[in-house]
Write a protein that binds this ligand. Structure first.
Ligand SMILES: *[C@@H]1O[C@H](CO)[C@@H](O)[C@H](O)[C@H]1NC(C)=O
Ligand SMILES: *[C@@H]1O[C@H](CO)[C@@H](O)[C@H](O)[C@H]1NC(C)=O
Ligand SMILES: *[C@@H]1O[C@H](CO)[C@@H](O)[C@H](O)[C@H]1NC(C)=O
Ligand SMILES: *[C@@H]1O[C@H](CO)[C@@H](O)[C@H](O)[C@H]1NC(C)=O
Ligand SMILES: *[C@@H]1O[C@H](CO)[C@@H](O)[C@H](O)[C@H]1NC(C)=O
Ligand SMILES: *[C@@H]1O[C@H](CO)[C@@H](O)[C@H](O)[C@H]1NC(C)=O
Length: 559
């Protein structure tokens, strides 16, 4: 390890620094083998991405500030990366696992992620980020528990269960990818999977009468908003992507693609089986799948017609507006979540992002864009290009702060670029997400949570600010934008790094509806950003930089 004296001293200094920056948090190690394997959830055998033989992959159960050491062995015949939807990677975009931050893990090789669930609680998920792998599985749940002694705003549930729900295709992910590559749209999905299955096999969840249970739900699908209900039971929403909510009761809840939330429900009905019903929303044909909640001593199978979820956009919009932060509850730290008054911070920059309808490039290639720019992958991860001062990989300022004003009726012009938006560390920005199309859009930002201050139908204008919720807006990392509507969010850019902003509608992201935010500070300090990991894979134009890695002691890397 540290041979000479100066290194030893440096090592000591860094250790001290590490201790002062973030001390607590035990280590949890995972060893994951990623393979192709056969599954048959919809009656057609198909190939899926398995993690340690499992579909969905293993659950990560941890606690605030735990260190997660995840060694991913890629046994696929192609490059692979996992990313972590909602895990904030404080000061550590090195581990984010998207093509803009990490080199792909080559076939037959491995990469060990070193992450920390720093100052976070809540329900999230991981997923494969390259190619169109997400359509083949490779996803799993991430649950970050509150530390003991920090109050949770509800009594401990008797048990908790995970629901990974999502639309699903029987077609191979490479064929789906091929359709997108050749300019075609994806077909309507073949079904909905709940934890990898369409229909219950016996009891999926068992409960005891008189007790309360928690369900942690994530929509890991490719495009469809899903509505969830439990037959004859209401659900109390308690958490959305790491924020404790005002505890409203709902008969059904919409979970947009890429979103996570958790609910409590009381097992207060006669002891039998009940259906958990998951159905597509805003589609002409409704897909529906069920799971079974079985009471101990159940007198019989679930029966009765499956309730239909309420159908219109207005209903969903009103539900979205009712989801607010419980200001008096604790979060990851033992203080009220309302102690940070986001509503009284001055906005330093307003950015309007319009998700454009599919555009055609010269040559007929079909692309999706943001403000007229369709993202193209670079040959080198942007984070590494930035670190090694390799120019020409991406263009800072490639995304304008407002959509280009197109002449009415004119076809939208789309250009392809590896675009990065430059933002100052500690700036506070307003981002208006605009959706001019007929489908629900869903946006996700890595590395941050955003305050969802307004959602509406119609066109955003400055007057729309009068309707913002500046008191108890929900803080989350994935937000929907309703058809022909807008969603406004406020973001405290407090996490230095290179962060993916993407449509969670996976075909759109694949065809360019994404970009990166570089949250930048000119002072290079370990206080703001961790050093490049010792085991960072180097590729593309950064492959030549191997010898230029600055020495960093192992103690720092394991955080
Ligand atoms: C691959 O796994 C080994 C342990 O099996 C580990 O020492 C090594 O750091 C891993 N490689 C990378 C690039 O993380
Ligand atoms: C639903 O059907 C209507 C009328 O046929 C059609 O215009 C619309 O595009 C369809 N919507 C979807 C999501 O397929
Ligand atoms: C908010 O959290 C507190 C605990 O801090 C709890 O007592 C209260 O019931 C919650 N309020 C709502 C409206 O959910
Ligand atoms: C916000 O801006 C207003 C008007 O420019 C100014 O008076 C106020 O001090 C600013 N508040 C903060 C917290 O900077
Ligand atoms: C990149 O350039 C900056 C500014 O010139 C310099 O501070 C930094 O050390 C360079 N990075 C590397 C890895 O050499
Ligand atoms: C990294 O490699 C690139 C391409 O060879 C080179 O231009 C750049 O100067 C190198 N940067 C460092 C910090 O070694």
């Amino acid at each position: 390890m540290a041979g000479g004296k100066p290194e030893a001293l440096f090592f000591l200094l860094v250790c001290l620094l590490v201790v002062s920056v973030s001390a607590e948090g035990p280590y949890r190690s995972y060893d994951w083998k990623v393979t192709y394997g056969d599954i048959n959830p919809l009656g057609t055998p198909q190939q899926a991405i398995l993690i340690n033989g499992q579909f969905p992959g293993p659950k990560i159960e941890c606690q605030t500030n735990d260190n997660l050491i995840i060694n991913v062995h890629n046994n696929l015949p192609e490059p692979f990366l996992l990313s972590w939807n909602g895990l904030q990677q404080r000061k550590n975009s090195w581990q984010d696992g998207v093509s803009g931050t990490n080199c792909p893990i080559p076939p037959g090789q491995n990469f060990t992620y070193h992450m920390q669930a720093k100052d976070q609680i809540g329900s999230f998920f991981y997923f494969p980020s390259l190619a169109f792998h997400k359509a083949a599985g490779g996803f799993g749940a991430i649950h970050i528990r509150t530390r003991p002694l920090i109050p949770v705003p509800f009594p401990p549930p008797a048990d908790e269960y995970t629901l990974l729900i999502g639309d699903w295709y029987t077609m191979n992910h490479k064929d789906l990818q091929g359709m997108l590559d050749s300019g075609r749209e994806l077909p309507f999905p073949d079904g909905i999977l709940i934890n990898g299955k369409r229909s219950p096999d016996g009891a999926d969840f068992t409960v005891e009468q008189g007790k309360t249970y928690r369900l942690r739900i994530s929509n890991v699908g490719l495009q469809n908003t899903l509505n969830l209900m439990i037959q004859d039971h209401s659900m109390t929403l308690v958490e959305v992507e790491g924020t404790h909510t005002v505890q409203n009761s709902y008969a059904s809840l919409d979970v947009h693609v890429g979103q996570s939330l958790s609910v409590l429900f009381d097992a207060d009905r006669p002891a039998r089986d009940y259906h958990v019903v998951v159905s597509t929303r805003f589609t002409n044909t409704t897909l529906r799948s069920t799971a079974v909640v079985r009471y101990a001593g159940s007198s019989g199978r679930a029966f009765g017609s499956l309730p239909a979820g309420p159908g219109d956009v207005e209903f969903s919009l009103n539900q979205a507006r009712s989801i607010r932060t419980n200001l008096t509850a604790s979060g990851p730290r033992p203080n009220p979540q309302g102690s940070y008054h986001y509503g009284s911070i001055n906005v330093t920059r307003t950015i309007r992002l319009a998700s454009s309808s599919p555009g055609l490039l010269a040559g007929g290639e079909r692309r999706y864009a943001v403000n007229g720019v369709s993202f193209v992958e670079a040959d080198t991860p942007l984070k590494l290009a930035d670190y090694y001062n390799i120019s020409g990989v991406f263009r800072l300022g490639g995304i304008p702060d407002a959509p280009p004003s197109a002449a009415a009726g004119a076809a939208e012009e789309v250009r392809s670029e590896t675009a990065v938006m430059d933002l100052d560390h500690r700036s506070f920005v307003e981002v208006v997400l605009e959706n001019g199309e007929d489908g629900v859009q869903s946006w996700h930002l890595d590395g941050h949570s955003v305050f969802v201050v307004g959602l509406d139908l119609g066109t955003w204008s400055e007057e729309s600010r009068d309707s913002y919720n500046l008191v108890d807006a929900i803080s989350r990392c994935t937000v929907q934008v309703y058809p022909r509507g807008w969603t406004a969010v406020l973001i405290a850019l407090d996490n230095v790094g290179m962060w993916n902003m993407r449509s969670e509608v996976w075909g759109r992201r694949y065809l360019g509806q994404q970009f990166y935010l570089r949250v930048y500070t000119p002072t290079h300090s370990l206080r703001d950003e961790l050093p490049i990991p010792d085991n960072a894979l180097l590729c593309g134009r950064a492959a030549a930089n191997t010898s230029r890695r600055l020495p960093v002691p192992p103690a720092l890397l394991s955080r």
